[in-house]
Design a protein around this ligand. Structure first.
Ligand code: ADP
Ligand code: MG
Length: 311
């Protein structure tokens, strides 16, 4: 068996309380393996424990229990080797405002002991499309540019694993796409990618596998396609020609709601029926449809289905 990129076993974290704050259990006996070469998504709502897990791997937070190794190096027994095996883009953006992007990368390369002739400052800045900002003050960069600079900074020592904690916060759509193109290109070159997000769609588009974390517990760990298939329910929103007087009902519908006089919201199980059948049934009930939109299953649906499956 080839070694894991990241192996976490039975990891727990309890933050000590302070003042009136009670202690907080942020991770509860989490086990997880990230495979070498994959793009892994850690998905969960705010406060689920994602950053706590990343910060433990980064050596910024001490775990309360359990073990973790990075590229085969135990983070306690071999912290230096573990650290050079991973590049981390933190959730919070913090820069010295008077450093230029080129200086930020040079300083970071120095910290990791990358010799001058092995440094890739301009190459990295080009890759994240900041080459024309190389010598600008970091404080003059937009939020999206700063985040891309952080990605470059995480890669100065060419780690085999890149971790991005909520990378799309504050990044506009076009630049988000560029960021993903870069992440995919790195992955194609063999870099293992871990990203955390609370957007299912983001994880769905990029990741080979997804772990779902909720209240510090891993509640699912699956291939992306399989996980998305677990979100069985789908919603169809129908605008009607005439105001709705009676709600159509049918065993095919899990739920029918009226959002306003001319709008119906129908929830159905996509394993047992499809949008075409739902619309045909609505029309057969005498409703004249003028417009239709569908809503994909979202993270909440996955959660609901998973927690339902648990009982
Ligand atoms: P996520 O990144 O998934 O949003 P976090 O790991 O940041 O979640 O937080 C998990 C839980 O731990 C939350 O309830 C959060 O309030 C709490 N927490 C995070 N950092 C600290 C800290 N330094 N001290 C106390 N509680 C914390
Ligand atoms: Mg976080």
């Amino acid at each position: 068996m080839t070694e894991a990129a990241i192996a976490i076993s039975n990891m727990s974290k309890i933050y000590a309380g302070s003042g009136t704050e009670p202690p907080k259990k942020a991770l509860d006996n989490v086990s997880l393996t990230v495979r070498r070469g994959e793009i892994f998504g850690l998905l969960g709502p705010n406060g689920a424990g994602k950053s706590t897990m990343i910060n433990i791997l980064a050596g910024l937070v001490n775990k309360s229990a359990g073990n973790a190794s990075i590229w085969g190096f135990d983070i306690d027994a071999n912290p230096r080797n573990a650290k050079v095996s991973i590049g981390i883009v933190p959730q919070e953006i913090v820069f010295d405002p008077f450093f230029s992007p080129a200086e930020v990368l040079e300083v970071q390369a120095g910290l990791y002991g990358v010799p001058k002739d092995k440094r890739k400052t301009m190459e990295l800045l080009r890759a994240v499309r900041l080459e024309d900002k190389a010598n600008a003050y970091a404080r003059s960069l937009s939020g999206g540019m700063k985040r891309r600079l952080l990605v470059a900074k995480a890669m100065v020592h060419s780690p085999p694993i890149l971790v991005l904690d909520e990378p799309t916060a504050g990044v506009d759509i076009e630049l988000r796409q560029q960021l993903w193109d870069y992440v995919r290109a790195l992955n194609a070159q063999g870099v293992t990618i871990v990203l955390t997000t609370h957007y299912l769609e983001e994880a769905e588009q990029l990741c080979d596998r997804i772990g779902i974390i909720n209240h510090g517990e891993m509640i699912a760990l699956e291939d992306t396609a399989k996980l998305v298939g677990m979100a069985r329910e789908k919603i169809i929103v129908v605008s009607t020609a005439a105001p709705i007087t009676t709600l159509p009902s049918d065993p095919l519908f899990e739920k029918v709601e009226q959002s306003d006089a001319n709008t119906l919201k129908i929830t159905y199980d996509k394993d047992t029926t499809n949008a075409g059948q739902v619309l045909t049934t609505v029309q057969a009930a005498g409703v004249e449809i003028v417009d239709v939109t569908t809503q994909e299953a979202d993270l909440e649906d996955v959660f609901l289905n998973l927690t339902r499956a648990k009982v």
